[in-house]
Design a binder for this molecule. Structure first.
Ligand code: ZN
Length: 164
């Protein structure tokens, strides 16, 4: 078990597109394990490779849904479809204590590989859809502040963030 060092807002790795994973080797298996440990340690609902300084296309998500027994561990995830819309408060472990309103699709279908290297499809709505889209954005080098629906709210919050 390892808690990885978190990369915070302003770190270059958060703005860089992450590389696809070609092979599930021991390094990836360990990274997946450590990402989960780190996410749970910081009490997040999702975490992406770049957030711990690893520019690879891997995300972990656990929104604690009743129907979900295991956390999602997705490699090379792609948004296959996104429908509807929801606006809600969103946060990020790389931007601690910042919560801003973000508009997202309310229902998504994600295609990815699992840790066995097999293609899987994940359907998510509500918070799960939000978390999946948020983490996939990290793999594109995008942070959620770019999607703020209320720019004034963002401008009020960002200076506070830089002081931290
Ligand atoms: Zn984030």
């Amino acid at each position: 078990m390892a808690i990885l060092e978190m990369k915070y807002y302003g770190s270059a790795v958060l703005t860089r597109p992450a590389k696809p994973i070609k092979q599930v080797d021991r390094e990836i298996l360990m990274l997946a394990r450590d990402l989960l440990d780190t996410m749970y340690h910081y009490q997040g609902v999702g975490l992406a490779g770049p957030q711990v300084g690893v520019s690879k296309q891997i995300i972990v998500v656990d929104c604690g849904e009743e129907y979900q027994t295991d956390p999602y561990i997705l490699l090379n995830p792609l948004v296959a479809s996104a429908e509807g819309q929801q606006v809600g408060s969103e946060g990020c472990l790389s931007l601690p204590d910042l919560f801003i309103d973000v508009e997202r699709a309310s229902c998504v279908k994600i295609q990815a590989l699992n840790l066995d290297g097999k293609p899987i499809t994940v359907h998510g709505d509500g918070l799960l859809a939000r978390a999946l889209l948020h983490e996939i954005d990290h793999l594109k080098g995008k942070v959620f502040t770019e999607l703020a629906t209320d720019k004034e709210q963002l401008e009020r919050e960002i200076p506070l963030l830089k002081e931290r």
